[in-house]
Design a protein around this ligand. Structure first.
Ligand code: BTN
Length: 122
């Protein structure tokens, strides 16, 4: 069984903490990004998520959003937790980063997309 709770780091050096989930599968956490789209000083930011079919699956799917405390942006992550034959857990995710734009005419440039893999550090 792959457990989302704990401290994780991705390939950019960003750290996130996921706290215990409730029986409905929802969880809270915090995200400390190592990079930003602007030159602003980063701040640890809250995340809210949900695990799909909590407890039922060996490789559970999940989604969470991060509400950045230092920019007018938000990121949505979707992914799946995998555990290999040695018990090593990874979170393989795809994300969308939406920034606030002043006009709908700028919508075309408002979203970035990427993939990210997290490994457990605690
Ligand atoms: C911003 O720059 O407006 C907020 C910070 C965005 C950080 C992004 S989210 C996707 C990617 N993965 C990370 O760990 N950090 C960047």
């Amino acid at each position: 069984q792959c457990d989302l709770q704990g401290l994780w780091r991705n390939e950019l050096g960003s750290n996130m903490t996921i706290s215990a989930m409730n029986t409905a599968g929802t969880f809270l956490g915090s995200y400390h990004t190592a990079v930003a789209a602007t030159n602003k000083q980063t701040l640890v930011s809250p995340l809210q998520g949900v695990q799909q079919h909590p407890g039922a699956k060996r490789h559970p799917m999940f989604s969470f959003t991060v509400q950045w405390q230092f920019s007018d942006s938000a990121t949505a992550f979707v992914g799946q937790c995998f555990v290999d034959h040695r018990g090593k857990e990874t979170l393989e995710t795809t994300w969308l980063l939406r920034e606030e734009v002043l006009s709908h005419k700028d919508t075309w440039k408002a979203t970035r997309v990427g993939t990210s893999t997290f490994t457990r550090i605690k």
